[in-house]
Ligand binder design. Structure first.
Ligand code: HEM
Length: 346
C-alpha cells in the first residue's frame, strides 16, 4: 500500500521515511523532557526580560547591576592558597585584574543611594591565560536559594506599565512566602550605609570547591575585606552619583586594597544554599591582596565587554552544587549578548 502511494522510488523512500519518523519522535521526546513545549519554563531570556523591567532604560547596559564603573589593578597572591588549590593565580606572585564596581539595580541611571546591595566583579588572569572571574556582593548572604525564587523576586520588583511602579503588594507577598530571605533582610536592615565602594566588604556568596595538588576538594566561600575603614552615613544623604566620583578621588591619592579571604566549609555546611551563612569560626585563609590602581568610565572602560560569569574558573577551583551558579552563567550570557548587540546599534 505504502509502496503504491510512493510510486517507483518506494523501496528507497520507505527506510528514509522510517528513519525520519524515528528521529522526529526522538527529537520531540527530547524537547518535551527539556521543557521546550512548556511556555512557563524559566529560560535565561525570561529571566533577563524581567530583570530589564525594573525601571529606567536598560538598552545597552547590564540587565542587573546596571550602573557601575570599571577598574584595573592586580591580585598579589601571598602563596598561602597553594595548600588549598592548584589555581595558578594563588601561587605567590602578582596577576593583572580587570574589575567593576556597581550598584544592584536594573536602572543604569538609578540614584546611588537607591540600591541596598553594591558589588565588585573581578577577572584575574594567570600567566598561562587561565582566568578566574567572580562577582561579589556587599551582603554576606543572598536573598534566595534557587533560580525560580530569584525570578519570583525579580517579578515582584517589576514596574507595572499602568502605574509606573511595582505592585505595592508584590514584594511583601514574596517575602511572606519566602522565609529564606530572613538573613538577607536582617543584614539589609542593620548594615551601615556608606558613600563609597572603597570601604565595603564583598562576598562571593556561592560555594565553590578548591582542589589541591593531591586532588582533595574542600568547599569554600570567598570574600574581599577592605583596608579602608567604613564610614557610616544616613542613606538619604547619599548623592545620586557619588560613588564613581568618590572612587576616582580616593584613587588619585593612591591604590585601594582588599584582603582576599577563603572561608573553608565543614562537611555539613550547605554548599547549595546561598541564603544560609556557615557557622562562625570556620577556618579562614588569607590568600592575597587585591590592589585597585585606577578607575575608568564603564561606557568606554576595559570592563564594558567583560561578562563576569562566575563559572569561568581556573584549574583548582570548581563549581559546587549551588543551583544559582548555572542560572547565573546562562543569564549573564544572555544579558551580555543583548547589551553588546545593543551597543553596536546605538
Ligand atoms: C539566579 C540568580 C542570579 C541571576 C539570574 C543573576 C543575573 C544577573 C545578570 C543578568 C547580570 C548582568 C550580567 C552582564 O550583563 O554582564 C548580573 C550581574 C551581576 N550579578 Fe547576578 N544574578 C544572580 C545571582 C547573583 C549572585 C548570587 C550574586 C553574588 C554572588 C550576583 C552578583 C552579581 C554581580 C556582582 C553582577 C555584576 C557583574 C558586573 O559588574 O559585570 N548575582 N546578575
Amino acid at each position: 500500500m505504502l509502496r503504491r502511494l510512493l510510486g517507483t522510488d518506494g523501496p528507497l523512500l520507505v527506510p528514509a521515511i522510517v528513519i525520519a519518523l524515528v528521529l522526529g519522535a526522538l527529537a520531540s521526546a527530547f524537547a518535551a523532557v527539556a521543557g521546550w513545549f512548556d511556555p512557563g519554563r524559566l529560560t535565561p531570556a525570561r529571566m533577563v526580560d524581567a530583570l530589564g523591567r525594573r525601571g529606567g532604560d536598560p538598552v545597552g547596559h547590564r540587565r542587573n547591576h546596571a550602573k557601575g564603573v570599571c577598574f584595573t589593578g592586580s591580585f598579589a597572591a601571598n602563596g598561602a592558597g597553594t595548600d588549598l588549590s592548584t589555581a595558578p593565580m594563588l601561587a605567590a606572585g602578582r596577576y593583572p585584574v580587570t574589575g567593576r564596581f556597581a550598584i544592584a539595580t536594573g536602572n543604569p541611571l538609578a540614584a546611588d543611594g537607591s540600591a541596598r546591595v553594591r558589588s565588585m566583579a573581578v577577572r584575574i588572569v594567570a600567566p598561562d591565560g587561565q582566568e578566574w572571574r567572580s562577582g561579589m556582593n556587599t551582603s554576606p548572604v543572598f536573598a534566595v536559594a534557587t533560580p525560580a525564587a530569584f525570578f519570583a523576586m525579580v517579578q515582584a520588583a517589576m514596574i507595572d506599565p499602568a502605574t509606573g511602579k511595582p505592585d505595592p503588594q508584590a514584594m511583601p507577598a514574596f517575602i511572606a512566602t519566602h522565609p529564606e530571605t530572613g538573613a538577607f533582610l536582617a543584614w539589609a536592615r542593620s548594615a551601615p550605609w556608606t558613600a563609597s565602594y572603597a570601604d565595603q566588604a564583598y562576598y562571593g556568596l556561592n560555594a565553590f570547591i578548591l582542589t589541591d595538588a593531591r586532588g582533595t576538594g574542600r568547599p569554600v566561600r570567598w570574600s574581599m575585606r577592605p583596608e579602608t575603614a567604613a564610614a557610616a552615613v544616613a542613606p538619604d544623604t547619599i548623592g545620586a552619583d557619588v560613588l564613581a566620583g568618590d572612587l576616582a578621588e580616593r584613587l588619585a591619592r593612591g591604590p585601594l586594597r582588599w584582603t582576599m579571604v577563603m572561608t573553608l566549609g565543614q562537611p555539613d555546611d550547605p554548599t547549595d544554599d546561598a541564603t544560609r551563612p556557615w557557622p562562625a569560626g570556620r577556618r579562614e585563609v588569607v590568600v592575597g591582596t587585591l590592589v585597585v590602581d585606577a578607575a575608568q568610565d564603564e561606557a568606554h572602560g576595559p570592563c564594558r565587554d567583560v561578562n563576569f560569569d562566575p563559572t569561568i574558573l581556573p584549574d583548582g577551583i570548581a563549581l559546587s552544587d549551588d543551583p544559582l551558579l548555572a542560572a547565573r552563567s546562562a543569564s549573564y550570557a544572555t544579558s551580555f549578548d543583548r547589551r553588546i548587540a545593543e551597543q553596536v546599534r546605538r
